[in-house]
Design a protein around this ligand. Structure first.
Ligand code: SAH
Length: 453
């Protein structure tokens, strides 16, 4: 076997040249890549090698000789163990800069395009932004704990609170721990497959201040559930809905198929701008309401609507993007693969009295072909696909349909760059705008405006 340039447990000096999508610093020892947690581009460090594989190594920082100018002390006390955030050791300004660079870099490397990228749009308060949390419950040394799984394990670490989420959510979770003790609810034990309470999920309507609690249990029943509900709504009157979700399986998946309402309605409500949305316990809804409004305003600005436009909203979820534009457009055609989301999108259209929005359940790549046959000639197509990006046949159909304007919203710069490369012979790139939907993490959302060549 070929001799590798690094050895386990040895210490090396290395320069960090880039950062991965999950926040690891990357350096090279004799051209052999090494990934290092808590190391930032521009830093020179000494590193101890802890894992060696055929093509890469993993190391731990021993000493930082030269710090990145934006390095800061992480705010959160559990940052090191949690893994939910991975950029808290960088100032917010530094985070925005690194996200812009990442987008530019992916366009160059994967998209083979040397492009201008706008500055990443950040938010005033880069903590406390999340409107949703899902917390596993467990027992450690006979004490009920609720927190997060220690990185790469299934060990639950008790959490006093989470700095990137709404504070009332922290209070509700702490209170649920007390309730579990008071009414002797036994948290679920994954290994033994015993106990009942698995997860507590809290969602918030940002504008309406309505809260929804979902209690995920193994069993059909929760003893004393009426008392639990009563305690919860007395302590937190902003709770408008309590749902029980039943998940009897030995699985990592959080939600099960069966649900029942314990209190209030099936939905809570929220507004983005002046458009109202019903949110159910299962539906996808952006987790950063402040930045979502900014993101949608950029889409609106790029769309330049006159009231005459027909718009396709592909991968539409519960219809948020299309409905945000609907008042200023002629017609919206939304497509989405999850049946419940389509049901919610239709409900949301009715809720706002928008009769010009039409929804179709199915794969975007199939439904768009149907629309092509039906001669729906859209002026604008907006896509917001999951991380894996758009299907190739979908993009080919869009190219075929000669849609004049293309707005691509993406949560993964790598697949975005790949797809834009596919489109680049047919579409000119006019703007590339990163928006920071997930401060303190490496995630970045990007909007690309393109016009037909
Ligand atoms: N635009 C929405 C949701 C974006 S998330 C919003 O801003 O809230 C991406 C959505 O794409 C998810 O709702 C997912 O269910 C859906 N999806 C995934 N693959 C799909 C496919 N092949 N066709 C249509 N929708 C798909």
């Amino acid at each position: 076997m070929k001799q590798l340039p690094v050895k386990k447990n040895e210490i090396y000096d290395v320069e960090i040249t880039s950062i991965t999508h999950n926040g690891l610093g990357v350096g090279k020892i004799d051209n052999f890549p090494i990934f290092i947690k808590n190391a930032l581009p521009g830093e020179s460090i000494s590193v101890k090698v802890i894992v060696v594989k055929k093509n890469f190594a993993v190391g731990r920082v021993i000493e930082i000789y030269q710090e990145n100018e934006f390095r800061v002390k992480p705010k959160c006390s559990i940052y090191k163990d949690c893994g939910g955030c991975n950029l808290q050791h960088l100032s917010y300004l530094g985070q925005l800069k690194i996200k812009k660079d990442l987008v530019k870099e992916q366009f160059k490397r994967i998209g083979k395009l040397d492009v201008e990228v706008n500055d990443c749009i950040g938010m005033e308060n880069s903590f406390g932004y999340r409107n949703k949390t899902q917390v596993p419950f467990g027992t450690v040394n006979n004490k009920i704990v609720a927190g997060f799984y220690k990185e790469n394990t299934h060990e639950i670490i008790d959490m006093p609170g989470c700095d990137i989420q709404d504070e009332i959510m922290d209070n509700i979770i702490s209170y649920m721990k007390k309730i579990a003790v008071k009414y002797e609810i036994i948290p679920y034990n994954e290994e033994l497959n015993i106990g009942n309470l698995r997860h507590v999920i809290v969602r918030k309507g940002y504008i309406t201040n309505e809260y929804m609690i979902t209690l995920v249990t193994k069993d059909n029943d929760i003893t004393n559930y009426e008392k639990i509900v009563n305690d919860l709504i007395t302590e937190f009157p902003m709770i408008k809905s309590i749902i029980q979700n039943i998940n009897p399986s030995k699985t990592n998946t959080i939600l099960g198929d069966k649900q029942r309402i314990l209190y209030g309605e099936e939905y809570i409500f929220d507004f983005i701008g002046d458009v109202k949305f019903a949110i159910s316990s299962r539906s996808f809804y952006q987790v950063n309401p402040v930045q979502t409004k900014k993101l949608y305003d950029i889409i609106l600005e790029y769309a330049k609507l006159t009231g005459q436009e027909t718009i396709i909203d592909a991968y539409c979820g519960i219809g948020t993007i299309g409905l945000y534009l609907s008042k200023q457009a002629k017609a919206i055609y939304g497509v989405e693969i999850v049946p419940d989301a389509i049901k919610d999108a239709k409900l949301n259209a009715r809720l706002n009295n928008f009769s010009n929005a039409h929804y179709e359940e199915g794969k975007a790549e199939e439904v768009i072909k149907k629309w092509q046959k039906e001669n729906i000639n859209p002026d604008i197509i907006i896509v917001d696909p999951p991380r894996k990006g758009c299907d190739k046949t979908f993009l080919d159909t869009v190219i075929n349909m000669k849609i004049p304007k293309f707005i691509y919203v993406s949560c993964d710069p790598a697949t975005l760059a790949r797809d834009i490369n596919t489109l680049s012979a047919h579409y000119n790139i006019l703007e590339i705008q990163p928006v920071d939907m997930f401060p303190q993490t490496m995630h970045v959302e990007t909007v690309v405006l393109m016009s037909r060549v």
